[in-house]
Every structure is written in structure tokens, then in C-alpha cells.
Design a binder for this molecule. Structure first.
Ligand code: GUN
Length: 287
């Protein structure tokens, strides 16, 4: 029988641990969330982040900026939050409106407050197998989900569909650092099925509804579905759940798999940011 990995439950346990920890802190950790414009999925993600934060005692400050906000004004807001000792974490919800330079904006966030783990300091440290301040929440959550069904990753064949900065690339590094053999595939990959059929762990993060079919996978594989697509009025993933269900050893459902883990790990990063800044303030090297 295929093991359905319950991301909702694992995420709820993490949030409960965080809630207990926050109850013992001198004040509430604070996360600043910046959203420019009204991208519909982004509005939903931000609403879910704010709600989950409130439930465990993380304070949020929401900056909902106009679609046509200037780069200068957005950078000025980030500078202000970088220097505000009551703000522990800063995230800029992506995608940004087209006139804004995403790299320039992300690079302006202080690495010590970059709880999304997107700043080049943090991605670079991860790439070097050193300790970054923060690792991106979705890949972190995926590692937890995989480790819930596979305790030793050494030597495993991992195939990732999608080379994004938010999921595919950092996840490949995390898997590599756990001694996996990693293949990243993308839109230009030839004969993709030949690669996915060899995967002990297959991660689909490409945003193509039901792309992965039964003949794409190896019997007994662990399948992680990062996709959130709309199909016939319902939410579905990048993996055709029904088609692969009896062939895989374990699979994450959509919804209820990776999504709740992303939020739980973002909140964990925010609590870590609070603690990091508290200890650095004590030794006087921040603010
Ligand atoms: N857009 C899609 N996923 C994410 C995420 O994890 N963080 C941010 N900031 N934007 C996103």
C-alpha cells in the first residue's frame, strides 16, 4: 500500500512546537510581509501565512503596495525594515510586477532577516555546504516530508522536475548535502521520462497539472508533489495522484502535502530569526 504523507499533520506538529516556544519568549517574533499588486495566488498565500502566524503568536506587519510601486520606494521600505529592531523577518511575496527587478529587491533584504532564504548570501552558503542564516521554506519542508518516510538518504537517486530559485535549485543542494545523486530536469530536458523512471525520490515542481503519469515512475519511488494547479474547478498537483497511487511507496497529496509545510517552515525561520537577532544584539554586531 502506498503511504500517503500527511503534510497537514507534520506541519501542525511543527507549529505546535513553535507555539510552545513562543509562549516562553520575552516578546512575539515579528514577520514583515510585502506584497506588491494583487496577484490572486499571492493574495491567498499571504492570507494563509498571516493566519498561521497569528495562531502561534508570531506578529505580522503586512505591507500591501500598489501594483505600480516604484523600485525606489520598495527599496526604501526594505531599508526601513532592515533597520527596525522590532522586525525579525522580511519576505517579499513573489512574483513581483514586471517593472520591478526581483534580484535587486531580494538582494536588499538583510541576510539575517531573509527568512525566505533567497538572498545570495544564504543561497551561496547553502551551495558551499556551510551554514546559511536561512534556507528556503519549501525545500526545507520537502526535506522533512522525505525524511518522515526515508531515514537514510545517502546514495539515493533524486530527480527534480523544475529548476526554480524557490524550489528546484535549493532542494537539489539540500539533497546533494545529504549524499544523494541529484538530477534537475526542466523544460529543455530531453527524454525526461528516462530520467524520472530511475528516481528513488521524484519531486515535481514545474506547475504542469498531472504531468507525471504511471509510466514516468519507478515502482516503490517516493513522490513529492509541489504543484498547485487548477483543473476543472479543483486543485491538483503536477503528479497524477490516481494514476501513480498503487505504484509509489509514498506520495504527498495536493492539497495537504507540501503547502502546509512551506508555511510551517517559514514560521520556524521567523522564530530562528528572533533568536539569532537576540543573541547578536547581546554581542553587539547587529543594529
Ligand atoms: N511565491 C511562491 N512561493 C513563495 C515563497 O516561498 N516565498 C515568497 N516570498 N514568494 C513565493
Amino acid at each position: 500500500m502506498t503511504n500517503i504523507i500527511d503534510g497537514r499533520l507534520i506541519a501542525a506538529n511543527i507549529r505546535n512546537e513553535l507555539k510552545e516556544k513562543i509562549a516562553g519568549l520575552a516578546k512575539a517574533p515579528c514577520l514583515a510581509i510585502i506584497l506588491a499588486g494583487n496577484d490572486e495566488p499571492s493574495l491567498i498565500y499571504v492570507r494563509n501565512k498571516k493566519k498561521a502566524a497569528a495562531e502561534i503568536g508570531v506578529q505580522t506587519k503586512f505591507f500591501h503596495l500598489a501594483e505600480d510601486i516604484s523600485e525606489e520606494n520598495l527599496l526604501a521600505l526594505i531599508d526601513k525594515l532592515n533597520n527596525d529592531e522590532n522586525t525579525n523577518g522580511i519576505i517579499v511575496q513573489l512574483p513581483l510586477p514586471e517593472h520591478l527587478n526581483t534580484h535587486k529587491i531580494i538582494n536588499r533584504i538583510a541576510p539575517q532577516k531573509d527568512v525566505d532564504g533567497f538572498h545570495p548570501y544564504n543561497t551561496g552558503m547553502l551551495q558551499n555546504n556551510q551554514t546559511p542564516y536561512f534556507i528556503a521554506a519549501t525545500p526545507l519542508g520537502i526535506m522533512r516530508l522525505v525524511q518522515s518516510v526515508c531515514s537514510d538518504l545517502s546514495g539515493k537517486n533524486v530527480v527534480i522536475i523544475g529548476a526554480s530559485l524557490i524550489v528546484g535549485r535549493p532542494l537539489a543542494t539540500l539533497m546533494l548535502n545529504q549524499e544523494c545523486t541529484v538530477t534537475i530536469t526542466h523544460i529543455h530536458t530531453k527524454n525526461i521520462k528516462e530520467l524520472t523512471q530511475k528516481a528513488d525520490i521524484l519531486v515535481a515542481a514545474c506547475g504542469v497539472a498531472n504531468l507525471v503519469q504511471e509510466d514516468w515512475i519507478k515502482s516503490g519511488a517516493i513522490l513529492i508533489d509541489v504543484g498547485i494547479n487548477r483543473c476543472n474547478g479543483k486543485i491538483c498537483g503536477d503528479i497524477d495522484f490516481k494514476a501513480v497511487q498503487n505504484k509509489a511507496a509514498a506520495i504527498t497529496p495536493v492539497p495537504g502535502g507540501v503547502g502546509p509545510m512551506t508555511i510551517a517552515m517559514l514560521l520556524k525561520n521567523t522564530v530562528d530569526a528572533y533568536e539569532l537577532q537576540l543573541s547578536s544584539a547581546k554581542i553587539g554586531n547587529i543594529f
